[in-house]
Design a protein around this ligand. Structure first.
Ligand SMILES: *[C@@H]1O[C@H](CO)[C@@H](O)[C@H](O)[C@H]1NC(C)=O
Ligand SMILES: *[C@@H]1O[C@H](CO)[C@@H](O)[C@H](O)[C@H]1NC(C)=O
Ligand SMILES: *[C@@H]1O[C@H](CO)[C@@H](O)[C@H](O)[C@H]1NC(C)=O
Ligand SMILES: *[C@@H]1O[C@H](CO)[C@@H](O)[C@H](O)[C@H]1NC(C)=O
Ligand SMILES: *[C@@H]1O[C@H](CO)[C@@H](O)[C@H](O)[C@H]1NC(C)=O
Ligand SMILES: *[C@@H]1O[C@H](CO)[C@@H](O)[C@H](O)[C@H]1NC(C)=O
Length: 670
């Protein structure tokens, strides 16, 4: 088994699969073995690490070698009861190490300075030990680090500015230590996760970090500034009593004064508020007058649009599928005086049909059940209005169905907010999610500035969809009937991506229900029965997973000359030999994920089984996916199967962010 450096991605994958079998190779990383033995003999432990010194180090628990067994590339000893300091000149000698996990032990003392020699290190997990001392200075030289977790130790001192040297860092967890002083201005573009909560940090949070959530900074009593409450205005804080920890004071200021003072303060506040209100009122009046005049002037012209002018931002084409046909909505529904029925709390909206009709509308897309509009109400609220066509049920049935839908409450299911039924018009109102659909993000013009969906994000979306669908199936006992990428709406937090357009099938007659828009996702049996089932949802979900993995749309006619569908295309590629060419070329640039991709592929293939009975329940699929993620996150510690990544690279480099090693041959169809 030789490792010529420019291996094709196919060979790398093969290698990966063989690796598990061939782990016990004959060669031996002599120097690394000595270092490991030296480490384990000098470190007290609970005998859970039983390394047989006459066997190859590559067979030891927690140790992974490169394919040629000449170097140790990962060492994972989580929760094995290691006690005491990390002896110097042991682990620091494992120069090819990519992953080091010693988390959840009882290691104490400082991190040895020779860790600075682990220059290929990609992930370092030392959380939940008793380590102390300053932020380990040697770490700032480990420029390939992507995951650094020192949480839950006893580190102290200030956070060095040289953290910025770690330009590839994606997670930095420093919570639950005793770090003090201000947070340096950390400006690392790749940083996705930061946690410095529960330390003794003070001062204002640098602007570069203000987009992280509050919980990243919680528990530092003297931190202030976004996302925490603003810092007190810039004057020397008197720090009245040392007993009162200066919590980030609310804008009103520390009100620790006596009664007399309070009274006069209240008076002042009253006057100020009164004056402010008065001025606001005058300004408002002026604006109204101006607007009225403006409108009059416009009415003189050949007007493009009756009614109030919509806010200019409305016309932004954010989903890439608008064909701006405004006013269509209001034109038709006019004169209908029926009521809008809010369901399930209505999402806090308060508008009526009138408002909806006055809203400026823009076509978002035409789906199987009707046309969706983005409607911007006058007070600035934006909602999606779905106008159903060919509804085949009575008003009573419609209402019952809608009330039922309104009760469904799950963060991965787009909630129905309101509905409207009249003889000629049936409307549904949903939240508007500006981030667009999975379909537009995944297939929107590639290359041209479009944010790529990396593996983690695809996995998060897949899980979100699975959880939503699972809730629908198991808690609401409802068939979705229309699972497809354009019905997966994204939120900034991808874990909250939401399925839309569910359970509408029963409103329509069989003949009209599954239009050819869902073609690529439709289970074989549904083509005949036209009746979606729980199992046909699973099939569609499987197609969606394949779509995430391959980056191909299911109805892409390009998939072979006779236009075979996505599952069959994947089957045909995979049957011949396990090959990396099924995967999206965009994914091939992340080198650590093949094992996870193969596992997800297996789940997807199970979901698209031809026989409905051989498909898993969606909850089972979700469980298997969660296991993939957990394996990657806890056992492999968020590196995404690093056990496989590093060997595949022949020990020459590390880091997911590096440019693709082989030219991605994946997009060429066989
Ligand atoms: C250690 O490994 C050698 C060679 O593989 C084997 O003969 C021996 O039985 C092992 N010892 C223990 C305690 O497992
Ligand atoms: C790093 O390795 C070099 C070469 O083996 C060695 O001379 C040096 O002392 C090591 N650095 C530390 C901090 O131990
Ligand atoms: C960080 O990078 C700067 C510039 O590249 C360098 O001068 C400095 O020594 C580095 N700091 C550490 C701790 O490696
Ligand atoms: C943490 O470190 C401080 C000194 O920096 C020491 O006083 C304290 O006992 C340590 N706490 C633990 C739990 O080791
Ligand atoms: C932060 O705390 C240190 C002492 O730990 C103090 O010297 C410094 O002035 C404080 N900085 C701010 C901005 O409060
Ligand atoms: C940060 O860590 C704290 C304590 O472990 C946790 O409660 C919080 O959710 C974490 N925040 C983020 C953003 O990970």
């Amino acid at each position: 088994m030789t490792t010529s450096p420019p291996m094709s991605s196919r060979r790398r994958l093969l290698l990966l699969l063989l690796l598990a079998v061939l782990a016990a190779a004959s060669a031996e990383p002599v120097e690394d073995k000595a270092a490991l033995l030296s480490f384990i003999t000098q470190t007290r432990h609970l005998n859970r690490v039983q390394w047989n010194s006459s066997a190859s180090a590559c067979t030891w628990t927690g140790v992974t070698c490169d394919p040629s067994s000449t170097a140790v590339v990962s060492l994972r000893l989580p929760a094995v009861g290691l006690v005491g300091p990390i002896p110097p000149a042991t682990l620091g000698r494992l120069r090819s190490l990519r992953v080091l996990s010693l988390r959840s032990n009882a290691l104490s003392g400082p991190v040895p300075s020779d860790f600075s020699n682990l220059t290929l290190l990609y992930s370092l997990y030392l959380q939940n030990n008793l380590l102390s001392g300053p932020f380990p200075p040697g770490l700032a030289g480990l420029t390939r680090l992507s995951h650094l977790d020192l949480a839950g130790n006893n580190f102290s001192g200030s956070l060095p500015f040289s953290v910025n040297n770690l330009t590839r860092l994606s997670t930095l967890n420093l919570e639950r230590n005793s770090f003090s002083g201000p947070i340096p201005s950390i400006n690392i573009g790749t940083l996705k996760e930061l946690n410095v909560s529960y330390n003794n940090l003070n001062g204002s949070i640098p602007e570069t970090l203000s987009s992280f959530p509050q919980s990243s900074f919680a528990g530092n009593l003297q931190l202030c500034g976004a996302p925490l409450p603003p810092c007190p205005p810039f004057f020397p804080s008197p720090s009245p009593s040392p007993s009162a920890p200066t919590e980030p004071p609310p804008p009103a200021g520390p009100a620790s004064n006596k009664k007399k003072k309070k009274l006069s303060t209240a008076a002042i506040v009253g006057i100020v508020v009164g004056a402010f209100l008065l001025i606001s009122l005058i300004i408002l009046l002026c604006i109204c007058l101006l607007l009225a005049r403006e409108r009059k002037r416009k009415d003189g012209r050949p007007s493009t649009k009756p009614g109030p002018t919509p806010p200019p931002a409305v016309r932004s084409t954010d989903t890439g599928m608008t064909s701006s046909s405004k006013e269509e909505l209001s034109g038709v529904v006019e004169a209908e005086r029926n009521r809008l029925n809010f369901v399930g709390g209505g999402g806090g909206y308060s508008f009526d049909l009138e408002d909806l009709l006055r809203a400026s509308a823009e076509v978002l897309g035409k789906g199987s059940f009707g046309t969706s509009y983005k409607a911007v109400l006058e007070e600035g609220t934006t909602v999606v209005v779905k106008r159903l066509k060919d509804v085949a049920v009575s008003k009573r049935e419609f209402e019952v169905q809608m009330e039922e839908l309104g009760r469904i409450d799950h963060r991965n299911l787009l909630p129905l907010r309101a509905y409207y039924y009249s003889k000629d018009e049936k409307l549904l109102v949903f939240d508007y999610l500006p981030a667009g659909s999975l379909s537009s993000v995944l297939h929107g013009s590639r290359g041209s500035g479009r944010a790529q969906l990396d593996w983690d994000n695809r996995m998060r979306i897949a899980l979100a969809v699975g959880r939503g669908l699972s809730h629908l199936h198991n808690s609401a006992r409802t068939v979705h009937g229309n699972v497809k990428a354009s019905n997966v709406l994204l939120r900034p937090d991808l874990d909250s991506a939401a399925l839309s357009d569910y359970a509408l099938g029963p409103l329509f007659s069989f003949a009209s229900a599954p239009s050819n828009r869902t073609a690529g996702y439709r289970a074989p049996e549904v083509v005949e029965t036209r009746r979606p089932t729980l199992k046909s949802d699973v099939y569609s979900f499987g197609v969606l997973l394949l779509e995430l993995l391959t980056g191909k749309t299911p109805d892409q006619a390009l998939l072979g000359d006779e236009g075979i569908d996505l599952p069959r295309w994947v089957q045909s590629v995979v049957r011949e030999e396990w090959t990396a060419e099924v995967f999206d070329s965009e994914l091939m640039q992340y080198p650590n994920i093949e094992e996870e991709m193969v596992q997800l592929l297996q789940i997807a293939m199970a979901c698209v089984a031809t026989m409905p009975d051989s498909r898993p329940e969606v909850s089972e699929a979700v469980k298997m996916m969660e296991e993939i993620v957990n394996r990657a996150a806890s056992e492999s510690e968020g590196v995404g199967g690093a056990s496989s990544d590093d060997p595949s690279k022949g020990g020459t480099s590390g880091g997911r962010t590096r440019p693709p090693p082989p030219p991605p041959a994946a997009s060429s169809t066989p």
